[in-house]
Design a protein around this ligand. Structure first.
Ligand code: IMP
Ligand code: MG
Length: 176
């Protein structure tokens, strides 16, 4: 067990919960048909779980699938290569699909997932919890963004550094 370092809060539980309701309302307003939420593992699992419940409250009945993509090894820099570790199991053809990811940084992960599901015939909406401006390597913006994130390595609410801190109910920065 590594000792837990202090984490400075950037976005607290209440702010995240409020934003999730707004995002769910925006998705509901598109009047999706046969909606499928595709959560990109691992970082979006907590966001996707809360968004599913917020969608229910907004009157939508989404199904959920998981796609495990990896562009990161241990550490904090992107390898630039996206690989599929686990694919979705459902047919996405002619479905409204919301791809849910944790952070939009270079954009490679989200672009990869969007291209793949679009090529399979899905109508894709992209949704990221956080967006870090200034690092984009591909010309892609998410349709829905939770918060603009300062240029810091963040953890919590599903996001990790070297597999730790995913359990935190808020988003923060590990103090050095
Ligand atoms: P992209 O493919 O460069 O847009 O990278 C997005 C992915 O990098 C996210 O899904 C995260 O898994 C990871 N990532 C980028 N920045 C951070 C961070 O500050 N904390 C944790 N993970 C991050
Ligand atoms: Mg990720």
């Amino acid at each position: 067990m590594t000792e837990e370092r202090r984490v400075r809060v950037l976005f607290d539980e209440a702010a995240i919960a409020r934003r999730n309701e707004e995002i769910a309302t925006a998705i509901a307003q598109t009047q999706p048909k046969n909606l499928l939420v595709v959560a990109i593992l691992k970082g979006s699992f907590m966001f996707a779980a809360d968004l599913m419940r917020a969608l229910h409250r907004a009157g939508v009945q989404p199904q959920v699938e998981f796609m495990h993509l990896s562009s990161y090894r241990e550490g904090t820099t992107s390898s630039g290569q996206v690989t599929i570790l686990k694919d979705v199991e459902s047919d996405v053809r002619d479905r409204d699909v919301v791809i849910v990811d944790d952070i939009l940084e270079s954009g490679r992960t989200l672009a990869f997932a969007k291209d793949l599901l679009t090529a399979r015939g899905a109508r894709v909406i992209t949704c990221c919890l956080l967006e870090k401006p200034g690092h984009r390597a591909v010309g892609l913006n998410a349709d829905l963004v939770g918060f603009t994130c300062p240029d810091l390595f963040v953890v919590g609410y599903g996001m990790d550094v070297a597999h730790s801190y995913r359990q935190l109910p808020f988003i923060g920065v590990v103090e050095t």
